[in-house]
Ligand binder design. Structure first.
Ligand SMILES: [Zn+2]
Length: 234
């Protein structure tokens, strides 16, 4: 599919329908790929240090450390402790949001009069239930593929995503993490083009070190003392 995937094997994969989420542990050196299967679909993404859940991916620190309100390929994503957690190594869209909170039950009830609407905060909480992370501990997400326009005096406008079928981002984990991704079920605004669809998440293992059956022989040849010893014994 692309250069970063060469020699790598997907160890986890999950297609997520709108309104649900997937959580997975991703070790340092592994890759997380988030794919917009049909296009114009937002994926809310949160992450924790898997060794210490008090450390989490912070959109605030990520904005500060990059001096930017939008992400670009090559940028690092930072924790609330200013440690780099991920690097955005591939991005086929170039337009994502790091300003908006994830949608929750109150958003649909207060703004659209819809009770019990599926929502990202609920889905992320459900996916993380087994890891001891509660509803109120869900940090503000990175909203992959979400297209937020900014007007002259800072007013924000929800626009249809620029992502098309099979567009994706790939993140390199820089620490051992627990990640969760939801497919946003927002169907009342342009956020998902008024038509929420699936998100696909894949985790790729670090490629194994190349094996060499001649390793011992090479070591001997590279070591003059060993060669000398062999010569004496012969
Ligand atoms: Zn949402």
């Amino acid at each position: 599919m692309n250069a970063a995937m060469t020699g790598r094997m997907a160890i986890k994969a999950r297609q997520i329908p709108p309104g649900s989420a997937f959580a997975a542990e991703v070790a340092a050196g592994e890759l997380v790929q988030i794919i917009d299967v049909r296009g114009q679909q937002v994926a809310d993404f949160i992450a924790f240090n898997s060794q210490d859940q008090a450390e989490f991916l912070s959109t605030g620190v990520t904005r500060s450390a990059n001096s930017a309100i939008m992400l670009q390929q090559g940028m690092k994503l930072f924790s609330n402790r200013r440690n780099p957690m991920f690097e955005l190594i591939e991005d086929t869209v170039g337009r994502h949001d790091i300003l908006y909170a994830c949608c929750d039950a109150r958003r649909y009830a207060d703004d659209f009069g819809l009770e019990d609407h599926a929502n990202c905060r609920g889905a992320l909480t459900e996916a993380l239930r087994g890891y001891g992370i509660s509803h109120d501990q869900i940090p503000d997400p990175i909203n992959w593929f979400m297209n937020v326009g900014m007007k002259q005096r800072g007013e924000l406008e929800l626009r249809e995503p620029l992502s098309e079928r099979n567009d994706f981002v790939t993140l390199l984990a820089l620490m051992d993490t627990l990640v969760a991704v939801s497919a946003c079920p927002q169907d009342q605004t342009a956020t998902n083009g008024f038509n929420p669809t699936d998100i696909l998440v894949r985790v790729y293992r670090t490629p194994p070190e190349p094996e060499s059956s001649d390793q011992d022989q090479i070591d001997v040849m590279d070591n003059p003392d060993e060669i000398a010893l062999d010569a004496v014994e012969a």
